[in-house]
Design a binder for this molecule. Structure first.
Ligand code: ATP
Ligand code: MG
Length: 553
């Protein structure tokens, strides 16, 4: 990790510093525990940067552990996408990939241990009845009539559960803790349930599956995790986390610490909602460039460094918060402004003919205005070029620093031209602008000292390459779509606009995902899925400036 990416401290790092100073721990071992039931999103990136970042900075280790206790909702497609997203973000997990399902045998034995200690029992109330018995935040729960079964009976029934003797919902294993606890999670939580489901890792070996709260703490302990970092909604679950580990025979004692989730304006982050967007075809897939997924941001043109930088800027606290979408955009803008080569592309072309220009010329243009080390490229200049329709006016005041009929402007990296006359179609639309050029203005001001202020970009009409240009905007029209009764009703109908543009020929060899600043129009990248050598497709990553801030401010 470079100096530039050195991470600022936070309350979790302070805890670790103290643990290392006091000798409570000699090394740091964290884990990132996604459930393989969806693609990773920018919120997960916060957790990834925290967990893997701490391991890097303290010369410790971070495991990638699939928290796979819900076979019906999980899939290897998600396992694969998660691995590739973590690697793409620039992180390396310690040793082999871990799966909670690796520990199903051990988890089963720990459940038996709890039964033997009189700390767990087989419940035969229905899920509905269990819910009724649980009580509320203000009323205590009611003990189950099955709570005081003997150890022998419980062992027999748990074995029967494991052997498929109960249907789903007929029986489950519960911890025997306290039905009047002020923490709902401590009211005899379910530890195991019956599910006749095929598991993507363990196949049909099991028909009982352990619950998250039972699995997570034991997995942490088995892997020697020292600091188990999760989001605030698990604060109460910490009681259960500690209770399980205190009551089984296991050596290490990991500690759980909670931080606030990332919420981002104009975005939904719950996997249930993201799955809905995909399954109802409201977006083109998990990697639709408007999705807040890592794969969507990647396809949109975000770089791993820009996402890490974002996670650094937002920090880690216990305060609930909502981050402006512009903060994410400014991270990629800063990165691309510094690192992306420049190129010329015309998004809404209109033809311009330079009548006194004869031969084709090859111009040499810098790839970056302040980075000569990024080199130059050749750009063909021809008698006919395209400019943006919006860069020409028949008539305009002085504020308009582009091409006006009868006036001059500079074509970027080329000559000063003057608009002499125009041609229109039957409906009055301009079809062609006829110009003259001053041959003595390549790379220098006009000899007679006259000032030409405006500079516009252009692309050779005969040598330029047609390209589909996809302009992406925020997916939602309101800052907090999750607060709507139906978030699909506030999808931004203009979040994708497709244009037929033309780009300079050097771009035809651009690689998938490669990012550019198209002069004067924004930052774009080659679409990794749809762009081919026959049909280039560019995605707008972000505009040159934050236009939303202007609108809002
Ligand atoms: P959902 O609640 O939508 O199903 P999840 O939080 O359960 O998502 P997991 O796959 O379990 O998703 O998450 C893996 C890790 O990433 C967890 O430690 C979780 O706390 C963390 N995480 C998930 N979303 C965010 C977020 N928005 N901000 C920070 N961390 C997050
Ligand atoms: Mg989860």
């Amino acid at each position: 990790m470079s100096e530039a990416e050195a991470r600022p401290s936070n309350f979790i790092r302070q805890i670790i510093d103290k643990d290392l100073a006091s000798g409570t721990h000699t090394t740091v071992h964290t884990r990132f525990p996604p459930e393989p039931n969806g693609y990773l999103h920018i919120g997960h990136a916060k957790s990834i940067c925290l967990n893997f970042g701490i391991a890097q900075d303290y010369q410790g280790q971070c495991n990638l552990r699939f928290d796979d206790t819900n076979p019906e909702k999980e899939d290897v497609e998600y396992v694969e996408s998660i691995k590739s997203d973590v690697e793409w973000l620039g992180f390396e997990w310690a040793g082999d990939i871990c799966y909670s399902s690796n520990y199903f045998d051990k988890l089963h034995d720990y459940a038996v241990e709890l039964i033997e200690k009189g700390l767990a029992y087989v419940e035969e109330l229905t899920p509905e009845q269990i819910r009724e018995h649980r009580g509320t935040l203000t009323a205590p729960g009611k003990e189950s009539p099955y709570r005081d079964r003997s150890v022998e009976e419980n062992l027999t029934l748990f074995k029967k559960m494991r052997e498929g003797g109960f249907k789903e919902g007929e029986a489950c294993l519960r911890a025997k803790i306290d039905m009047s606890s002020s923490f709902m999670v401590m009211r005899d939580p379910v530890l195991y349930r019956v599910r006749f489901a095929h598991h993507h890792q363990t196949g049909d070996k099991w028909c009982i599956y352990p619950m998250y709260d039972f699995t997570h703490c034991i997995s942490d302990a088995l892997e020697g995790i020292t600091h188990s970092l999760c989001t605030l909604e698990f604060q109460d679950n910490r009681r259960l986390y500690d209770w399980v580990l205190d009551n089984i025979t296991i050596e290490t004692q990991p500690r759980q610490y909670e931080f606030s989730r990332l919420n981002l304006e104009y975005t939904v982050m719950s996997k249930r909602k993201l799955i809905q967007l995909v399954s109802e075809n409201l977006v083109s897939g998990w990697d639709d460039p408007r999705m807040p997924t890592i794969s969507g941001l990647r396809r949109r043109g975000f770089t791993p460094a820009s996402i890490r930088e974002f996670c650094k800027r937002i920090g880690v606290t216990k305060q609930e918060n909502m981050i402006e979408f512009g903060s994410l955009e400014s991270c990629i803008r800063d990165d691309l402004n510094e690192n992306a080569p420049r190129a010329m592309a015309v998004l809404d072309p209109i033809k311009l003919v330079i009548e006194n220009f004869g031969e084709e010329e090859t111009l040499t243009v810098a790839n970056h205005p302040n980075k000569p080390e990024m080199g130059t490229r050749e750009v063909p200049f021809t008698r006919e070029v395209f400019i943006e329709r919006d860069d020409f006016r028949e008539d305009a005041n002085k504020k308009y620093k582009r091409l006006v009929l009868g006036k001059e402007v500079r074509l970027r990296g080329a000559y000063v031209i003057k608009a002499e006359r125009i041609e229109k179609d039957d409906e009055g639309n301009i079809t062609t602008i006829f110009c003259s050029y001053d041959a003595d203005t390549l790379g220098k001001n006009p000899a007679d000292g006259r000032k030409v202020k405006g500079v516009i970009h252009w692309v050779s009409a005969s040598k330029g390459v047609e390209a589909e240009i996809r302009l992406y905007d925020r997916l939602f029209t309101v800052p907090n779509p999750a607060a709507e009764s139906d978030f699909t009703q506030v999808i931004n109908p203009t979040s994708l606009e497709v244009l037929n543009g033309v780009v300079e020929p050097s771009l035809s060899s651009a690689l998938a995902e490669q990012g550019f600043q198209f002069e004067r129009t924004g930052y774009f990248c080659v679409d990794s899925k749809d762009s081919t050598s026959d049909k280039l497709v560019f995605n707008r990553t972000v505009g040159l400036r934050d236009t939303w801030a202007k609108i809002a401010g």
